[in-house]
Write a protein that binds this ligand. Structure first.
Ligand code: ASP
Ligand code: MG
Length: 800
């Protein structure tokens, strides 16, 4: 025999009731032995309670009662529900006159919901030729007198049920009212909210059923509530123990009361979806589960009570008084936390009991207020409890760190010693984000990185296309979802919380809005975006002023923009202090040598204690091209310069390259990497231009540019044999000298042999003393720079 249970939504008008009837009919036709337990249809119980409340408040309730009746009758108007409707009408009338009702009356009212459901289903099944039998549990399940939450008297109930099923056996399908029962005086009682699950479990136990199939409106138990976490996965199998942990936190199908009768007889519980018949659901059985299944559940309607005071230190009996007070007022405590210093104790209770709890505690501790032993009893209502079921403390640092990185600091947390269950109290506004962060972390299910890209020019645009193009690969290989939620230029932003796609350019054109940085930050907050990352591909001097603001608002940074690393050292340091304080990262590999892995290498050497003595190289792609070509070809300097301009290697005003400032900036960045606290002004820079060409208009400069030819022809001719010109940056930690200058080197040396617009970096260290570590390759260009930025993004996601 299998016991089937259908919940309220599964019995609602429309697809629910029709499918339920179909499922039962199919099984009956296949001669499966089944018993069916029903709860009230739709929201019947809640509606009846509302009407009752209205009647007691002497408010108008009749329209609502009529609509209740219409709904219950709608599926089949020929079913006779007059007795139930009459009972309800009579009671409501009486309650309205008396302006009061008892729990006994309440049970009598809500029980009509289950009776109506069972009567209707019996009738519909009979119409389909099933030998259905309306089975009223008020005659079978006997309880104590606690109306609203009655406890079954097992021996009598068991005997009654067994006898009933003996006399209604064979092809009879018993359609059993869930939730309701009666006491020894035959007065109607109920087994507590959601009690039909309990009825079904009891029935399964009494009848030694093979399985309890609980038909709901969800596919089963999930790793987290799918409404909160879009990545939540269904758990195929759970053990009773694990289910029990989940039960405490929300999943009412798994309420301990419901599971105990099943554990006792080792009866598997299958959770199925009436609305998705194909799905296999979740099975809960002894040893059913793979080890280490985890799930996240949430308690939402809670409040945190905080009791504080110096006098609590070492005082005996305080805890006992708190719990005694709360239990006297029927207040259940969900989570408690207390530091070893005993200065304070935090308790999580149901929100609707918060006021009652505070009043009771204030009364209890009144005297302690006078003696100043207790200084504060505060209540925080806007909190939620997240419980990670199956969370081993040895691994708890992972979700915890992920939360902190996302600026979610739990208000309180605790763990169960045996049950592998960690509970965190977080601010309600952070709940959504917190659940997603924890879920992504503990399930290793794709981690979502939410990116805002500032600058959509050559580098930014290329980067966006690279991201869109590689997105799927990265998700498959690295389990990382790159979600670009903002693309901004200096004035406008295009926002899409679900991530831009390959037509982002059109999107930007049609949907862009003017912005302030605060608006982008607010957008991320409002949409609960986690793992925030800001990418700066601008060359803007102003934008770097936003860095610290971004960091304090939870963004990591990736930048191709050199400015932040080359302005005064005070800012450089302050940015790093803030990064540290907020546990954020800032990567800028492309600041020097575009995509070449230079900064990372230097960092690594430096961190590992390897003493870097000297860094020397050709840092600038444009100057590299200029001298590589000029040194070996018989053409005037100005002609090569023009070629470089035509190829797009130089800045719009080539004098910016020729001034040596760009190389100096790069040298400064490398120096600061080695903890040398230099400023740009400390660098000796050889300007390739004579004074009189430096301060004239661009137009005038272009007219006079051939004046350079004679000078450079002479420099070239004055070299030793087989030597070439190179414009280098040179940093020596031994002499402390930082120079940017034009030098002559043997053609067959490392610096001498580079071609095209390549960059080269020679790193001399203790270990690499005579033969330097050399990093060489394309050191400029939008594609390699964008690739380098992308590399930083991926490096950063690994840290998350
Ligand atoms: N109808 C009752 C309730 O809503 C019992 C149940 O649904 O299980 O609480
Ligand atoms: Mg229900």
């Amino acid at each position: 025999m299998k016991v089937l249970k259908f919940g309220g939504k599964s019995l609602a008008n429309g697809k629910g009731i029709d499918t339920a009837i179909q499922i039962i009919t199919d099984k009956a036709e296949k001669n499966e032995q089944i018993a069916v337990v029903l709860s009230a249809r739709g929201n019947a119980t809640d509606e009846l309670l509302e009407i009752l409340e209205k009647a007691a408040n002497q408010e108008a309730y009749k329209t609502q009662l009529e609509s209740f009746k219409n709904y219950q009758n709608q599926r089949d108007t020929s079913v006779d529900l007059s007795e139930e409707f009459q009972t309800l009408e009579t009671i409501f009338q009486g309650v309205s006159l008396l302006a009061d009702y008892s729990e006994k009356i309440q049970d009598k009212v809500v029980s009509q919901g289950e009776i109506i459901a069972a009567k209707l289903v019996t009738k519909l099944l009979k119409d389909k030729g099933v030998n259905a039998h309306f089975t009223d549990t008020r005659k079978l399940i006997k309880t104590d007198d606690v109306f609203g939450n009655a406890r079954p008297i097992e021996a009598i109930s068991r005997k009654n049920i067994i006898n009933h099923f003996k006399s209604h056996n064979g092809n009879t399908v018993n359609i059993v009212t869930g939730f309701i029962a009666s006491n020894q005086k035959n007065e109607t009682t109920t087994l507590g909210r959601n009690g039909s699950n309990y009825t079904a479990a009891l029935l399964a136990n009494f009848l030694d059923a093979e399985e309890l199939q609980n038909y709901t409106h969800v596919d089963g138990i999930f790793t987290a509530n799918p409404e909160l976490v879009s990545d939540a996965k269904k758990i195929a199998a759970l053990s009773f123990n694990e289910a029990n942990e989940l039960a405490t936190f929300g999943a009412n199908i798994l309420h301990a009361k419901t599971i105990v009768p099943l554990i006792e007889k080792n009866i598997p519980l299958r959770i199925l979806n009436t609305f998705n018949k194909e799905d296999k659901g979740t099975i809960i059985a002894e040893n059913a589960a793979e080890k280490g299944i985890k799930s996240i559940s949430v308690l939402d309607n809670v409040a945190l009570i905080n009791l504080e005071g110096r006098g609590l230190l070492g005082k005996i009996g305080v805890d006992a008084r708190i719990f005694k007070t709360l239990s006297e007022h029927d207040i259940n405590v969900n989570v408690i936390s207390q530091g070893s210093s005993e200065r304070g104790i935090g308790l999580v209770i149901d929100r609707n009991q918060a006021t009652k709890a505070v009043i009771a505690l204030e009364r209890e501790f009144e005297h302690d207020f006078y003696t100043k032993d207790v200084s504060k009893i505060a209540v925080e209502e806007n909190v939620s409890v997240i419980s990670i079921v199956g969370q081993d403390l040895s691994e708890f640092h992972k979700p915890y760190t992920a939360l902190i990185k996302n600026q979610i600091v739990p208000v309180l947390f605790n763990n169960t010693v045996s049950g592998k269950n960690v509970s965190l109290v977080v601010k309600k506004t952070q709940l959504h984000k917190a659940v997603n962060v924890i879920h992504g972390q503990i399930f290793g299910i794709s981690k979502k990185i939410n990116i805002a890209v500032f600058g959509k020019g050559l580098v930014g645009g290329t980067l966006l296309n690279q991201i869109i193009h590689s997105k799927k690969d990265i998700l498959d290989k690295n389990n990382i979802k790159l979600n670009v939620f903002a693309v901004a230029d200096s004035k406008h932003v295009y926002l899409d919380k679900n991530g831009i796609t390959d037509d982002w350019k059109t999107g930007f054109q049609t949907e862009k809005t003017a912005y302030t940085l605060a608006q982008i930050i607010d957008y991320a907050k409002a949409n609960h975006l986690e793992n925030l990352l800001a990418v700066d591909t601008t060359a803007s001097k102003e934008f770097v002023h936003n860095y610290i603001h971004l960091v304090t608002n939870g963004f990591d940074l990736v930048s191709a923009n050199k400015i932040a690393n080359t302005v005064d050292y005070t800012f450089y340091e302050e940015l790093r202090t803030q990064l540290k304080k907020h546990q954020k990262s800032y990567l800028y590999e492309t600041n020097v040598g575009a995509g070449l892995p230079l900064i990372d290498t230097i960092k690594l050497l430096h961190k590992s204690g390897e003493k870097i003595k000297k860094i020397r190289g050709v840092f600038s792609g444009s100057l590299s091209y200029l001298f590589n070509t000029f040194s070996v070809e018989e053409i005037p300097f100005s002609t090569v310069l023009q070629q470089a301009e035509n190829k797009g290697f130089t800045e719009p005003d080539a004098r910016e390259d020729l001034s040596g400032n760009d190389v100096a900036r790069k040298l400064l960045i490398l120096a600061r990497e080695l903890d040398l606290k230099h400023e740009l002004s400390d660098i000796s820079i050889q300007n390739l231009l004579p004074n009189d060409l430096q301060h004239i208009s661009l137009e005038a400069f272009k007219k006079k540019v051939t004046e350079l030819d004679k000078t450079y022809q002479l420099i070239k001719a004055n070299q030793q044999k087989n030597h070439v010109l190179r414009y280098v940056g040179d940093l020596s930690t031994e002499t402390g000298i930082l120079e940017v200058k034009l030098i002559s080197v043997p053609q067959n040396s490392a610096l001498g042999q580079i071609k095209g617009s390549d960059s080269i970096f020679e790193i001399y260290t203790e270990a690499y003393a005579t033969q330097p570590l050399v990093i060489q390759g394309a050191g400029a260009g939008a594609a390699v720079t964008a690739r380098g930025v992308f590399g930083d993004i991926l490096r950063l996601t690994e840290k998350l």
